[in-house]
Write a protein that binds this ligand. Structure first.
Ligand code: C5P
Length: 417
């Protein structure tokens, strides 16, 4: 058996904000106030953030707010008298990534044209473009956003490799409703991780299709009652996010779970029953796709009564029928697909996982120790062993679900045709 790796595979580290130097550029939109929360999210993810504001931004947010949260001076002035270094060059060398949120129409026009009349624009042009990705999150009035000048600027920037996080549809500061609202902050953070990944060699899933199932299923007894389990979908969300971050074309098929756990830009189909999950997975799969079945699929289903079953005070016996096995069905249809399943076990984890791997003709199986501390449903960590069809095994031990997700993807990539 291979020795347990350090918590977090190389790919997990390459795609993470932990320990990264982030330049947070803030320009003069009313959404500038949201930059304070974004900065906190970046630092909560382990990044060190350097705030840089345009003069316009300072009308909406005090530089001291960002400086206090970052623990570093906010740069606004291009030419500071007490600077020993050339400020924008020193910052450009320090940065691992730059994110401009909110990005105004004015800023985008200047950045596209190479006009550098403030410290933020100077520093962006001084970045070593091969190594340091730039993410921009526009925010403005909907008519301004739709203007061909803004659209052409964004297209040009995207063509040059800038990562654009499109604004969202919603209520704008000018009281209209339309596209122009700064993207959800969690989404901006996800795009930063994806940009970091793309700038390293870890974006190894580009051009690959990955289908992930997540959460529990529900088998209804009647219109108002169902059998289910406590799965929260965290493991599936971690796999979907890791695959998306590494550049995959990801589809999620999710049972009832908190939508906010899932990466915002991943196509998701919500289902309830095993049969619906099977159909959604079939629709999402292709011959050479990868499937990671993290969903806690119900093994039995009662026949569904059309009307609510009445309380009689008498003992009722529930007849339970077996549900279709999704992994087995997918394997029968797609012999070339690369499939990963999970085996949650309270004892004999390795032996039972191995048996399941063979029986379901899987490429990878994740044996999950359940019933021990810090493992299984709901929490951020799990205790796992990875086994593949070649006989390779790795006892991962207790590990963050994000790190485990990357390890599963590493293995799938290794085995995929
Ligand atoms: O057979 P068992 O339910 O223990 O196998 C667990 C693995 O099989 C998980 O990956 C689960 O998502 C998948 N599964 C399935 N279809 C079912 C039940 C489980 O694909 N009906």
């Amino acid at each position: 058996m291979t020795a347990a790796p350090q918590a977090g595979a190389a790919s997990a580290r390459a795609c993470s904000l932990a320990g990264r130097h982030v330049v947070l550029g803030v320009t003069g939109s009313i959404a500038a106030y949201k930059a304070a929360e974004l900065l906190r999210m970046l630092t909560r993810n382990g990044a060190e953030a350097q705030p840089v504001m345009t003069q316009g931004a300072t009308h909406f947010l005090g530089p001291l707010t960002l400086a206090t949260l970052a623990g570093r001076e906010t740069f606004v002035e291009m030419f500071a008298r007490d600077d020993a270094d050339i400020r924008h060059i020193a910052l450009a060398r320090w940065a691992d990534i730059a994110v401009v949120a909110p990005a105004t129409a004015d800023f985008l026009g200047k950045y596209r044209s190479g006009i550098v009349d403030d410290v933020l624009l100077n520093l962006l042009l001084a970045l070593p473009s091969q190594r340091v990705p730039v993410v921009v999150a526009p925010a403005m009035n909907d008519e301004m956003f739709a203007h061909p000048a803004v659209q052409e600027n964004l297209e040009t920037l995207a063509r040059r490799g800038v990562f654009v996080v499109p604004p969202e549809h919603g209520e704008l500061a000018c009281k209209t409703i339309g596209p122009g609202r700064l993207a959800d902050l969690a989404r901006i953070v996800q795009h930063c991780e994806r940009a970091l990944c793309a700038a390293s060699s870890a974006a190894d899933f580009r051009g690959r299709r990955v289908v992930v199932t997540a959460g529990p299923t529900r088998q209804y007894l009647d219109p108002v009652r169902f059998l289910s389990n406590p799965s929260t979908g965290r493991m599936g969300a971690a796999v979907a996010r890791a695959a998306w971050t590494r550049g995959a074309d990801v589809s999620v098929v999710a049972g009832p779970m908190d939508r906010a756990l899932l990466p915002a830009d991943v196509a998701t189909v919500f289902v309830e029953s095993v049969q619906d999950m099977l159909e959604a997975v079939r629709a999402a799969m292709s011959a050479d796709a990868m499937l990671v079945m993290t969903a806690a699929v119900g093994d039995f289903a009662p026949p569904r009564a059309p009307e609510k079953i009445k309380k009689t005070g008498q003992v009722r016996t529930l007849e339970l029928l077996p549900t279709p096995d999704i992994l087995t069905a997918v394997r029968a249809q797609h012999p070339r697909a690369t499939l990963a399943g999970f085996a949650a076990e309270t004892s004999d984890v390795c032996a039972r996982a191995r048996e399941k791997l063979v029986r379901k003709k899987l490429d990878v199986i994740v044996g999950n120790r359940v019933g021990v501390a810090d493992s299984g449903f709901a929490g951020p960590t799990t205790d796992a062993v990875l086994i593949d069809r070649t006989g390779w095994e790795q006892d991962v031990g207790a590990v963050e679900k994000t790190a485990l997700a990357h390890l599963i993807l590493d293995r799938l990539r290794e085995l995929a045709p």
